[in-house]
Design a protein around this ligand. Structure first.
Ligand code: ZN
Length: 151
């Protein structure tokens, strides 16, 4: 990755930290799931309103490190309007990016997190919000915890 590109990607993460998108509770939510990442102290709740099989609205709230919060913010912008199957596919792409550092050829905000793969302990930070969102979609009443997932 060129220096210019990694600079651009750092700005994506900084920008989501400074101005988190879709942060807060969602009064109309019909699915909620909570996730936590004890190894870093990150917490993230995802609230979403499913309209049929499509995510009509999605918000997150929580606290934790910059990676976890920026990733959750970006995640909400990526998942709005998607079906559960599309959300799973996006998560698979994101997981591939953060575990291998291999970004897709086209410019993608998700690729901003490619650098995370060099810090394996932070992969759980980056995927926390996604785990919570996928659990919310499944209607899983149990809290999402990264401890039960194989990253
Ligand atoms: Zn973290």
């Amino acid at each position: 990755m060129s220096a210019d590109l990694s600079e651009l990607y750092q700005q994506v993460i900084l920008d989501h930290n400074r101005r988190p998108r879709n942060r807060g509770k969602l009064p109309t939510a019909n699915r909620v799931a909570h996730g936590n990442n004890p190894s870093c102290g990150d917490e993230c709740s995802v609230h979403l309103r499913l309209d049929g099989d499509r995510i009509a609205e999605i918000t997150f709230d929580g606290s934790g490190c910059a990676i976890s919060q920026a990733s959750a913010s970006l995640m909400t912008t990526q998942l709005k309007g998607k079906t559960a199957a599309e959300a799973q596919k996006l998560y698979d792409e994101f997981h591939h990016i953060v575990t291998t550092g291999e970004a897709p050829a086209e410019i993608s905000d998700l690729a901003a997190f490619a650098g995370v793969h060099t810090f394996p302990a932070r992969i759980k930070c980056a995927t926390l919000g996604w785990h919570a969102a996928l659990n919310a979609l499944k209607g899983d009443p149990l809290p999402a915890t990264t401890e039960t997932h194989k990253d």
